[in-house]
Design a protein around this ligand. Structure first.
Ligand SMILES: Nc1ncnc2c1ncn2[C@@H]1O[C@H](COP(=O)(O)OP(=O)(O)OP(=O)(O)O)[C@@H](O)[C@H]1O
Ligand SMILES: [Mg+2]
Length: 491
């Protein structure tokens, strides 16, 4: 079992308590050693003071048999024959408290005796030699033993203060961490309660603690994005189901009616109508597949390509009901998946042709390190507030529904995904008249040698190309405008 707590708060509190205890032990030791030293000095001074007081009395003689016991020091004076001639009250009539004496030239010697004769407990006994005319007299002084920590009061004081400091520090750390972690807990609880149905909820942002504030704000930003993505996915799913259901319902009605009145049914016409529905379903499913592959980040081919020539080749491949004005700069190289870039171009040209009144202008140029492709028509244009919306999946503006019921509303979404997969952008920008779509891609170095027939061999989606990811092209059908847009039939 792991004895160490896993909670951050418990660990920090424990760590603070341990550190505070170590610091207190260190400081207390220093304090007690200092107090012990002081006490030892005091005891030494007491012994020296007693010696200073008693030696003159011995020298003067005669000594009183009972000495005044100054400040609790037990004293005995022994004559040259080791007879106690004078002592403090508690040692009167008692034998010498010790037998040792300094053996060297030193007049002083000290020992701890437990107990000295005639006394109780352990005491430090100090023996002084006093040189008299009749020999060496001895003065014994007994003072209490001084422990290393001085006295009990100092020890109790150190322990008391240490316990108080450790308790206060630990309590402070616990209280402070509890306060700091409170908003984290609130964020955790809110996040735990957020489900797919409560994506509008946000975590509380605390007023203080910058780091936790940042965490809460980041969590809320993430929730914003998640909510946006979830709403988009919901819209996408419901739009996709709706767009898939409509042709299925129509085909079912046609087939049921034909089965009900087989003799009255114009079978070739009915089959053609059902085929149109099937083609539309096929177009939607293929577009959805293309989008799913782009979403999954499928790897792109990256061929160095002259964008002007690629666009020129695509324009000359088909005819238009409106006039095409070309301004195609050469040697503007991009590293791209040609089929996908052609797919963007085809969708832009289809849209432009559908909405243009009389003219479409297509331009290619290099702006520094950016290759720019512009498709501009002279139609009604797209209102500023719809310019981002049209890139959403299944978005078709009302005017387009009237103009062409066959579009899926996925073309621009796919085109933008392709642009972004090439590290570029696709936007709608201001123009005097009509809609101006601008594709920007990073330029790259030209290949060592460019084959003039390079692009003629590139199968275009509009020519029924199948790159393995794009939709298989249905045969061109005059009755279905989208087949021109996707199938690239001539008009
Ligand atoms: N040049 C344009 N002028 C005006 N509106 C346009 C133009 N290009 C696109 N739009 C609007 O943007 C919408 C989305 O275009 P998008 O290409 O994504 O779909 P679509 O053309 O309707 O269908 P498809 O999936 O077949 O391309 C169109 O339905 C139309 O309303
Ligand atoms: Mg389109």
């Amino acid at each position: 079992m792991n004895w160490y707590p896993t909670s951050f708060r418990a660990r920090r509190t424990l760590a603070t308590g341990v550190v505070a205890a170590l610091v207190c032990i260190g400081v207390s030791l220093l304090f007690l050693l200092f107090a012990g030293g002081k006490e030892a000095d005091r005891s030494q001074a007491l012994a020296t003071g007693t010696w200073n007081r008693v030696v003159p009395l011995v020298r003067q003689g005669p000594l009183p048999s009972v000495l005044h016991d100054g400040k609790g020091v037990a004293i005995q004076v022994l004559d040259a024959h080791n007879q106690v001639v004078s002592a403090t009250r508690q040692l009167v009539g008692k034998p010498p408290m010790a037998t040792f004496r300094s053996t060297s030239e030193d007049v002083r010697a000290a020992r701890v005796l437990c107990p000295p004769a005639g006394l109780k407990g352990c005491m430090t006994v100090v023996s002084y030699k006093i040189y008299q005319l009749d020999g060496v007299w001895l003065l014994y002084l007994a003072v209490p033993v001084i422990p290393w920590y001085g006295d009990t009061t100092a020890l109790l004081l150190a322990i008391g203060v240490s316990l108080l400091v450790v308790t206060m520090m630990t309590a402070w750390a616990f209280r402070d961490l509890t306060k700091v972690l409170l908003p984290v807990n609130a964020i955790r609880m809110e996040l735990a309660e957020i489900t797919a149905t409560g994506l509008h909820r946000r975590v509380p942002v605390p007023g203080k603690y910058e780091e936790i504030k940042c965490l809460a704000e980041t969590a809320n930003d993430t929730l914003d994005r998640l909510e946006g993505a979830y709403q988009q996915l919901r819209r996408f799913t419901s739009d996709a189901s709706h767009d898939l259901r409509s042709p299925i319902t129509a085909m079912r009605a046609q087939l049921e009616e034909a089965l009900m009145y087989p003799r009255d049914t114009d079978w070739p016409k009915m089959t053609e109508a059902v085929l149109t529905g099937v083609e539309r379903l096929q177009a939607i499913v293929t577009d959805l597949l293309a989008l799913a592959r782009l979403d999954a980040g499928a790897p792109l081919l990256r061929d160095a390509t002259d964008l002007g020539r690629l666009v020129g080749a695509e324009l000359s491949r088909r005819t238009y009901r409106v006039k095409i004005v070309k301004d195609l700069g050469r040697n503007v190289f991009i590293c791209c998946d040609r089929l996908r870039i052609i797919r963007v171009l085809v969708n832009l040209l289809d849209n432009a042709e559908r909405h243009a009144t009389s003219q479409i202008t297509v331009g290619v140029r290099a702006d520094g390190q950016t290759a720019t492709l512009e498709v501009l028509d002279d139609g009604a244009g797209i209102a500023v507030e719809h310019r981002e919306m049209v890139f959403d999946r299944f978005t078709r503006l009302d005017a387009s529904r009237d103009r062409d019921a066959g579009g899926t509303g996925l073309g621009l979404a796919i085109a933008r995904e392709i642009a972004e997969a090439h590290d570029g952008t696709l936007t709608i920008e201001d123009s005097e008249r009509g809609a101006r779509f601008v594709l920007r891609l990073p330029v790259c170095d030209p290949p060592p040698a460019v084959d003039p027939d390079d692009f003629s061999e590139t199968r275009s989606p509009s020519a029924g190309a199948d790159d393995g990811e794009d939709r298989p092209r249905p045969p061109a059908r005059e009755s279905w405008t989208i087949s021109n847009a996707r199938g690239g039939g001539t008009s």
